[in-house]
Write a protein that binds this ligand. Structure first.
Ligand SMILES: [Zn+2]
Length: 343
């Protein structure tokens, strides 16, 4: 009997030991450079990494870094047409040659490093959902850049060229790993791209809470899906200056409603942190600790519906230091800690 087998056979081995929460940040993700004057600038991921590092004393042993890989072109075409992806890749190459940003859609500049950042972040999302489905990870957080939830199948906009959360859902479905996916979008903006991709699809439930009226203009409560997809889109528009307390109440109510309508095999979170007070773009008043509670609420649904399977992906969040604190709070919730860490 080797050491590992002895370990498994030992009556002292803890039987309820949970696998770790995965933390994924593809090394290419920070290379996407929309320019330092742009809100989605290259300082965001280092600020997140610093906050997570500061929280290590409490996260240690519960959160593990997981190596990501590039998504293949075939994987990316599960959501986006090949011609669209080729245009994005060519724009990144052109930006590299020019040494300047190139726009691929409304407010969506790419740089020479963006193509690797995009396929690295989509790949990280794929590795994360695979790990959670296989049970090597309890759940996971993906620090993705550029963000994705405004990108529809054929249109980049709002800083988002490729929709990572949609790709993660389609990856699970096309590999047969899962059939029914719920996407919970707590970014301050409506996830119009994700909604558009799954509007007709009853196998993917899309729930978005967002400031309204606000960019991108969609996301009224009347948008509930179309044809077969009617009832698997749920929009909760909220006014500017919504407090953490009011947001958490609306969030709990929305999750209860979603849970009554849909039984997922896995829940994805479009985890933007631009609903935080002090965010230079958003207009809501959440604190980092509120995201601990939001993550716990999603985990409650996941525990009841799908053995706790949750994967969160970074979307917006434009106050780097506070975004870092909120990511650490989200990770602490995913890791099962009692409260958010002091960072
Ligand atoms: Zn946003």
């Amino acid at each position: 009997m080797d050491g590992e087998a002895r370990e498994r056979a030992s009556p002292r081995a803890p039987l309820t030991l949970l696998p770790p929460t995965g933390f994924l940040l593809h090394p290419s993700a920070p290379l996407h450079d929309p320019g330092w004057g742009h809100p989605e600038h290259q300082g965001r991921l280092p600020a997140i990494a610093t906050a997570v590092e500061r929280a290590l004393p409490v996260l240690h042993g519960k959160v593990e870094p997981v190596e990501a890989r590039f998504a293949t072109l075939e994987e990316l075409t599960r959501v986006h047409p090949r011609g669209y992806l080729e245009r994005i890749e060519a724009a990144c190459r052109q930006a590299d040659e020019l040494g300047a940003q190139v726009e691929v859609g409304q407010e969506t500049p790419v740089s020479g490093g963006s193509w690797d950042a995009i396929r690295g972040s989509s790949g990280a999302a794929i590795v994360a959902v695979e790990g959670v489905i296989e049970g090597t990870l309890r759940n996971a957080f993906v620090a993705a850049r550029p963000p994705g939830h405004h990108a529809s199948a054929g249109q980049a906009m709002g800083f988002c060229p490729v929709n990572h959360v949609a790709l993660a859902a389609r990856h699970l479905q096309s590999t047969g790993a899962a059939e029914r996916i719920a996407i919970v979008d707590w970014d301050v903006h409506h996830g119009n791209g994700t909604q558009d991709i799954f509007l007709l699809d009853p196998t993917v439930f899309f729930l978005s809470l967002h400031q309204f009226p606000f960019y991108p203009g969609t996301g009224s409560a009347e948008e509930r899906g179309v044809a077969e997809g009617l009832g698997t889109t749920l929009n909760v528009p909220l006014p500017a200056r919504t407090t953490g307390k009011a947001y958490r109440q609306a969030f709990t109510d929305a999750i209860t409603q979603a849970e009554g309508a849909f039984a997922p095999d896995l829940i994805l979170i479009s985890a933007g942190f631009d609903a935080m007070a002090g965010d230079p773009i958003g207009g809501m008043l959440l604190e980092p600790g509120d995201f601990f509670e939001l993550a716990r609420t999603v985990m409650g649904w996941a525990e009841r519906a799908c053995s706790g399977r949750v994967v969160a992906l970074l979307e917006g969040g434009y106050h780097p230091a506070r975004t870092g604190q909120a990511v650490a709070a989200t990770l602490a919730a995913l890791a099962g800690l009692e409260g958010p860490p002091e960072v």
